[in-house]
Design a protein around this ligand. Sequence first.
Ligand SMILES: *[C@@H]1O[C@H](CO)[C@@H](O)[C@H](O)[C@H]1NC(C)=O
Ligand SMILES: *[C@@H]1O[C@H](CO)[C@@H](O)[C@H](O)[C@H]1NC(C)=O
Length: 305
Amino acid sequence: MELVFVLSFVSIGLAYDKASFYGASYISYPLQEAKGITDISFRFRTHLSDALLLLAAGKTDYCMIRLEGGKLKLHINLGAGESELSSAKGTYLNDTQYHHVSIIRREANLTMKVDDSVVKKKLPGRFFELNIHFGIFLGGQGDFSELFLGHMENFRGCMEDVYYNGVKIIEKARSRSGSVHVEGVTWNCALEFDADISSDISFIDEGAYLILPKINSRAGGRWQIEFKTITPNAVILYNPGGGRGSDFLAVEMLEGVVRVKMAKSQIVHTARVNDGQWHKMHLMFNPSVIEPMRYERTCVSHLRH
Ligand SMILES: *[C@@H]1O[C@H](CO)[C@@H](O)[C@H](O)[C@H]1NC(C)=O
Ligand SMILES: *[C@@H]1O[C@H](CO)[C@@H](O)[C@H](O)[C@H]1NC(C)=O
């Protein structure tokens, strides 16, 4: 009994300091300080090659860590202009594996360690305090716009064990201490970041959608979709075609029944499919569907349970 208790306690402890960001998420932690030292460390994983990881923002000073072209870049400004430090050339960090980042600054002496590789830099100027007024941002800058730092993509992936000068930012955010702001973050490393090509996708709210790279329905094609739902009315897929308005393909569900519409033609199925079971749909079409009269003959669409 005691052992079980200890193990579950430990696993809760580990889970406590993880966060998932989904591309529109961020954490902002209020902090004001002026220090000659900076210690930052965290682990992250992502498939994005360009994204904001961490920003410590002051009125003119800042320290920003982001991914640029798959490399980690540190931009720091102590008032004498920006200095930049980049992770090793030829090593891409956008590989969905965990990477460990540690930044240590003692006045002008800056060291950045990414996994096992270390880069160092001496900062210019005479004053070495990093003046932070607006706090620490993780994953995105929300509506913070006091400092213009250029366009930054929000982060999508997991971060864990984020320390900023001894403060455990994720733990503080999770316990909602002070006036921390949390937007769209979950306190785990979500399974979707391990998804492979055969993984199912859930559309978790009415606004959820997925855009695929351009598919030209004029060239014809063969699509197969497996889906399950209890929703009676929904768009399953839509292709706007060549942009002439009449050239679209829509697969939708009306009162639980699938309807395929293309240009001026449509097929409506009779079977109800919104029963919470998996259904497999095959959709085949070829260029002649652009001619509405031939559409019925050339488009074969059937549903199988
Ligand atoms: C990582 O990013 C680089 C630069 O954008 C890109 O060339 C590369 O294909 C990416 N790697 C992966 C695994 O996505
Ligand atoms: C910075 O590095 C220099 C040379 O490596 C050293 O002499 C100096 O003491 C260091 N400064 C601090 C504040 O650690």
